[in-house]
Design a protein around this ligand. Structure first.
Ligand code: NOJ
Length: 574
């Protein structure tokens, strides 16, 4: 086994890029790999040394690349295989490591293996997928069971001209593959070896929770939705088999490379169960992304709510960060931390406030960056990008999950304006708008009209160019924050110090500290758009980071202004 003893990722700052939205180098309205190469100096300037790039493999793009048609080639929309090799080389030259998004729970229905499976129902490829007979009732054909998938439809799609269906937990153009099949597993191990041999530094493992299914394919007994189906994760999330598949993956492939693996683990994985994947001794992979801090404002499934009913639940945020910290600290080398990725609305719109863009953008970066784990920033967070301002639900049709959700809610009788405000608040389209590089047309993202609309707020300073010029910008603050986070003394305090919340029951302020060798590092973040009085018993000898000028502090009381945050260091007295 290659040795990973230094756990280099503990000291890394990650950055997530959605390739179609980062920078359009060849001028066709879509971001591409050469676009990323051309921005590597900028990326390095953020203190980032670990990139996770969402899928760029050949794909019909039904789910924007998560529907892979050919794992071994770059989608021409994003460039060439040569461009990818260049990206690895140039990233490494700047000390930036690269994670490939490895989609191993499903292929595209246009993948040759699935095409073979359709053509030869008795052939070996048919065993690579879940193909089952439908059920007949009163002469009508129904799916094999009542499972609903993650994209608001049945988890089964009928194979035309037959009485059979295939399982797809996501888009119907993404048939799930059968990890119980030994040959199928070998197929994926070879793909992984191919990328590791090319020089990538590891993988983000897509939808890994779902590799194991309840192979009896019985109906769920949970209460059914209006459409007679139900999304019952227990049938296909975090089942025991997943952990043994991952063990084999490690033994056959990962152990032979010095690489990092970060699993995406949805389906309500508990921190304790996540250790079956990522325990330093007994696990198979290095870190597990959880979803617990993504929706702590009640927005998830909030179709019946109005915007003014959505509030950040700071206590829930603290509870969730803490339960992952406590469960994993003694077992794993690290814990990935993030506010947002391409599957979520923008963090600034969720937990910050566009009326306090600078203050809340800086506060969110601070709150995340100094926690125990490996922070992953999402592109655009460093300049305060926020949710879309679309006026029509049709604008969301660029994403298959939003499109299906609109159709579902329409069928249930919801009016367009309600669906629109729901999507504006929750849709992942929010996190996929073009990066705002400058003030020129299309936010200097592309020379032609981009396939995904640009957020008009690029004209109001939400762009890299203006951020560079403004010494008080989020961008400059992020660079400073990243440098402090990487300071060896601060790193020691975070990883070796004793962690505690300050006034844990406070429902407005997220404040925490580390005690280490007589010193205390305190991080105080006001999550509200109003002044909050906060009792800080810790010493404030040195202010390392602050998103306002000056502060009001007397007799251990801070008067925090809207979204004010501080990182302070001090010696323990007495
Ligand atoms: C998780 C990915 O992050 C998401 O974008 C995708 O739609 C599903 N997995 C299916 O691959």
């Amino acid at each position: 086994m290659m040795h990973k003893e230094d756990f280099w990722w503990r000291n890394s700052i990650g950055y997530v890029i959605y390739p179609s939205a980062y920078y359009d180098f060849n001028g066709d309205g879509v971001g591409d790999l050469r676009g990323i190469v051309s921005k590597l100096d900028y990326i390095a300037s953020l203190g980032v040394d670990l990139l996770w790039i969402c899928p760029f493999f050949d794909s019909p793009m039904d789910d924007n690349g998560y529907d892979v048609r050919d794992y071994y080639h770059v989608n021409p929309l994003f460039g060439s295989d040569e461009d990818f090799r260049l990206l690895i080389k140039e990233a490494h030259a700047r000390g930036i490591r690269l994670l490939v998004d490895f989609v191993l729970n499903h292929t595209s229905d246009e993948h040759p293996l699935f095409q073979m499976a359709l053509r030869h129902p008795k052939g070996k490829e048919a065993g690579y997928y879940y193909i089952r007979k439908g059920r007949r009732r009163k002469g009508k054909l129904y799916p094999p069971n009542n499972w609903k998938g993650y994209f608001s439809t049945s988890a089964w799609k009928r194979i035309e001209g037959t009485d059979k269906f295939y399982l797809h937990l996501f888009s119907e153009k993404m048939p799930d593959v059968n990890w119980e099949n030994k040959d199928l597993r070998q197929y994926y191990y070879n793909v992984a070896r191919y990328y590791l041999d090319l020089g990538v530094d590891g993988f983000r493992l897509d939808a890994v929770s779902h590799l194991g299914k309840d192979q009896s394919f019985g109906d769920s007994e949970l209460p059914l939705d209006e459409d007679g189906m139900v999304l019952d994760s227990s049938k296909f999330a975090n089942r025991e088999e997943v952990f043994s598949y991952l063990r084999e993956f490690r033994e056959e492939v990962l152990d032979h490379y010095d690489c990092l693996t970060v699993a995406e683990a949805g389906g309500c994985l508990s921190p304790e169960d996540s250790l079956k994947m990522s325990d330093k001794e007994k696990g198979s992979i290095d870190m597990v992304f959880n979803f617990d801090c993504c929706w702590c404002n009640g927005a998830y499934g909030s179709i019946d709510k109005n915007d003014n009913e959505i509030h950040t639940d700071v206590l829930a945020l603290k509870r969730n960060f803490k339960r992952w910290y406590l469960a994993t600290k003694d077992h794993v080398s690290s814990l990935p931390l993030y506010w947002c990725n391409h599957d979520h609305p923008r963090a600034l719109s969720q937990y910050g406030d566009i009326n306090f863009r600078k203050e809340s953008g800086k506060m969110l970066i601070t709150c995340l960056l100094f926690q125990y784990g490996t922070p992953f920033l999402y592109y655009g967070e460093e300049i305060g990008m926020s949710n879309v301002t679309y006026k029509s639900i049709r604008d969301f049709d660029i994403d298959i999950s939003a499109k299906n959700a609109s159709a579902y809610f329409k069928k249930l009788g919801y009016k367009d304006d309600r669906i629109l405000s729901f999507l504006c608040r929750t849709s992942r389209v929010n996190g996929r708008q073009p990066m705002q590089w400058g003030k020129k047309r299309y936010a200097s993202f592309s020379k032609v009209s981009p396939k995904t609309k640009v957020n008009p707020n690029y004209k109001d300073g939400v762009n890299v160019e203006d951020n560079e010029k403004d010494p008080s910008s989020i961008l400059h603050y992020e660079r400073k924050a990243a440098a402090i986070r990487k300071d060896p003394d601060i790193h020691k305090m975070i990883f070796e110090g004793r962690f505690a919340y300050i006034d844990e029951a406070n429902y407005d302020v997220f404040a925490y500290c580390y005690f280490h060798k007589g010193e205390i590092l305190s991080v105080v973040c006001n999550f509200r758009s109003r002044n909050i009085e906060f009792y800080l018993p810790n010493p404030m000898d040195e202010v390392l980071l602050h998103n306002y000028d000056g502060y009001s502090y007397a007799k251990d009381r801070l008067i925090l202004r809207p979204f004010e945050c501080l990182v302070v260091k001090g010696k323990r007295h007495g």
